[in-house]
Write a protein that binds this ligand. Structure first.
Ligand code: DLL
Length: 432
């Protein structure tokens, strides 16, 4: 049985978890009503007052918040505390539209770091561990979150930030890092670099905590094999605090959501209707303990499934599946819905690595879809005939999955730029 950071919370009975949620939700709705005029107005528009929310059974009555609300209320409109009581901001990358800026009081930081500490303990971390934090530091929540969690567990913390692979590998070997925290794409790149440099024997890693972007089971297997570790998933988003909203345990069958801080719902993304547990839909979070950025019913746009089953690790908190794409990830190409995850599934099934790029363009008023895929060193060939036949096999497999033609270009290993943070898989030139 793994050690727990907060066993009294993580293995609490369902009745206890519900009792916490009921009580905290009622208090939180009052806090938001009193301090966030933007949301109070939304409640008033629905004819609601805090008295209408008596327990989690009333949650569905509350209005949703979306990224558009965050943009509209930017920067201070959703803050629940005066800035004089806040000690930190974190922010999203802001690649599409305005950045999201989230505020934290010291209490919020403490709770967030507790969540990240739970994630580290869940992979077997303790104060003997050397934790290499190779998520970006700065506005991105990855570095700060895991850094704080690592301190709380009492690990020796290496605040590397992302990038500078030579330095990463030097510290990893010299200081004997045992737990690596970074995006899965950077973990895959570090693994490649370790093998190229013949450093495998000098690596003491036992576990990795990888998240912030989608990664498949096949990618997990490759990283585990390449680094000789167990690779665990971690989920979170800036709006809700950052990494640690949910994390994997030794069972590696989905991520436990920290239900003492967040209430999770699954909704139909089209209608907003709440769906039963076990159904695939959009994940929605309500923060019940946060002070400075207390979002209620925030629509994440991540598509997943929630399940509440007995877990061999003993934790009782509900589990979320890996996000199966985002509702706003979907590309519409020639009028057909295309999810990058579908393309990745075909590539992996056909034995290609997860190093690919999807380019969508519009030529003569017609959409084009091109998939650039790296060959592996094993299936690399410079025979034109072989490449053409491999490309044709992929075109056929993609057509069967997507229903439309995608041009395939096989390129030599290591041609596609590696990512030190979140990988850029889609270039939609129609938007540029
Ligand atoms: O990515 C927070 C984070 C940092 C999570 C480090 C895990 C580790 P944002 O930049 O706001 O925050 O992006 C949030 O990233 O809505 C998901 O679409 C995606 N995402 C996060 N974790 C996972 C994961 C951080 N484990 C958005 N699997 C979320 C798949 C993930 N997608």
């Amino acid at each position: 049985m793994a050690k727990y950071y907060q066993p009294e919370i993580e293995t609490a009975s369902h009745e206890q978890i519900k009792a916490w949620q009921d009580e905290r939700l009622v208090k939180q709705v009052q806090h938001v009503w009193d301090n966030v005029p933007y949301y109070r107005k939304k409640m008033e528009e629905k004819g609601l007052t805090p008295a209408d929310i008596q327990s989690t059974a009333d949650l569905h009555k509350l209005p949703f918040l979306t990224k558009d609300d965050l943009r509209e209320a930017y920067p201070y409109g959703l803050a629940g505390k005066p800035m004089s009581e806040c000690v930190r901001i974190q922010s999203t990358s802001g690649t599409t539209g305005k950045r999201v800026v989230a505020f934290y009081t010291q209490h919020d930081i403490d709770l967030w770091e507790d969540c990240c500490a739970r994630a580290i303990m869940a992979v077997g971390g303790d104060k003997e561990d050397v934790v290499q934090v190779a998520y970006g530091y700065g506005l991105f929540t990855g570095g700060a979150g895991l850094h704080g969690g690592s301190h709380k567990v009492g690990c020796l913390t290496l605040p590397m930030s992302s990038g500078n692979t030579d330095r990463q590998l030097q510290f990893m070997t010299d200081l004997g890092s045992t737990i690596l925290c970074c995006t899965p794409s950077y973990a895959a790149y570090l693994s490649e670099s370790i093998h190229e440099r013949g450093l495998k024997d000098q690596i003491k890693l036992k576990a990795g905590i990888f998240g912030a972007e989608a990664w498949s089971q096949k990618m997990r297997e490759d990283i585990e094999k390449g680094l000789g570790i167990k690779a665990y998933d971690i989920y979170g988003l800036t709006e809700i605090s950052g990494p640690g909203v949910a994390y994997e345990c030794e069972a590696q069958t989905g991520m436990h959501i920290n239900e003492d801080h967040f209430i999770a719902e699954i909704i139909n993304p089209e209608t907003g209707e709440v769906l039963p547990e076990g159904t695939k839909g959009e994940l929605v979070f309500t923060c019940i303990t946060k002070e400075a950025f207390p979002l209620l019913r925030y629509r994440t746009r991540d598509i997943c499934v929630l399940t509440r089953e007995a877990c061999p690790c003993g934790r009782t908190h509900i589990k979320m599946s890996k996000p199966m794409g985002r509702s706003d990830d979907m590309l519409i190409v020639k009028g057909v819905n295309v999810f990058p995850s579908q393309i990745e599934a075909v590539l992996l099934e056909q034995g290609y690595p997860a190093n690919y790029q999807i380019v969508v363009d519009r030529v003569n008023h017609s959409d084009t879809l091109e998939v650039m895929v790296e060959m592996t060193p094993e299936n690399f060939s410079d025979s034109l005939a072989k490449i053409t036949s491999a490309e044709k096999a992929l075109v056929d497999a993609l057509k069967a999955m997507l229903g439309i033609y995608a041009k395939v270009r096989l390129v030599a290993p290591k041609t596609i730029a590696r990512s030190e943070g979140k990988a850029v898989r889609v270039i939609d030139k129609r938007k540029i």
